[in-house]
Design a protein around this ligand. Structure first.
Ligand SMILES: C[S@@+](CC[C@H](N)C(=O)[O-])C[C@H]1O[C@@H](n2cnc3c(N)ncnc32)[C@H](O)[C@@H]1O
Length: 238
């Protein structure tokens, strides 16, 4: 895939601020398949250092609430200002996904890249904390790292070179995610499917100096990637 919008972003911004395999490319691929309307109000949940939030505001002309737990709002706001964004375009929020300060049915859509697996594996999460914030008919678009097939009963040893059992417990296949999301009423599962660009997105991440990227190298160099892919989860509130 050719990443036209990602390529328009500052490559230094991407390299210095991504917190996992290139989230800009993952987002672009997701929105190519499920386009959002310019001007829509979007929650970017687990935005990290805000690369995807900047992209949503600048490249897709969306009004973005850039929400994250580990990264503070002031830090993200400085980054957004440096990119020329204004408080009409983007709002940095420091919040836990379980206690978000938003009105019910406020958002036209939710986007979450490489974060939903930290809180969404709890079957109650979607219906209790996230779906109420979305307008009827609104999209929920997530990308999570996962497996081609769940291999929890026999974790390959190369994966343990970089990741703990606890971290690996957050990786699942499409079937498992379907079962989790099916537990929630009022949401249509439009699709849950494996994405393209796994190697390329990982390569962009492994080339950064981020300490987590450095520690991910051992498993990826030993071939752990063959068990994994990104899953695109597309849901619609009914
Ligand atoms: C692997 S990072 C990805 C960040 C960003 N989307 C990216 O790809 O660069 C996962 C993000 O999920 C966020 N996260 C994890 N648990 C969270 C929670 N309970 N509430 C809000 N954000 C959470 C973390 O703060 C972190 O920034």
């Amino acid at each position: 895939m050719h990443y036209t919008r990602t390529n328009r972003l500052d490559p230094v911004l991407i390299k210095e601020n991504i917190m996992g395999p290139n989230p800009a490319k993952l987002l672009e691929q997701l929105l190519e398949r499920y386009p959002l309307q310019a001007g829509d109000t979007v929650l970017d949940l687990g935005c990290g250092q805000g690369v995807t939030s900047i992209m949503l505001a600048k490249e897709y002309d969306l009004r973005v609430f850039a929400t994250d737990l580990w990264i503070g709002a002031s830090e993200n706001w400085q980054r957004f200002c440096a990119q020329g964004l204004t408080n009409r375009q983007i709002v940095p929020i420091h919040a836990d996904a379980h206690e978000m300060p938003y009105a019910q049915e406020y958002f036209d859509a939710v986007v979450s890249i490489d974060a939903y697996h930290y809180f969404g594996l709890d079957k109650a999460y979607l219906g209790k904390h996230l779906l109420p914030l979305v307008k009827m008919g609104g999209w929920l678009l997530f990308v999570v790292p996962g497996f081609h097939h769940d291999i929890h009963s026999d974790i390959p040893k190369e994966m343990l070179l970089s990741w703990s059992q606890e971290e690996l417990d957050t990786l699942h296949d499409a079937e498992h995610w379907r079962e989790i999301i099916s537990a929630t009423d009022g949401v249509e599962i439009v699709s849950i499917e494996e994405m393209e660009g796994f190697e390329e997105c990982w390569q962009d991440w492994l080339e950064t100096d981020n300490e987590y990227a450095v520690s991910d190298r051992a498993a990826m160099e030993a071939g752990a990637g063959k068990y994994m892919n990104f899953l695109a989860i597309a849901l619609r509130k009914q």
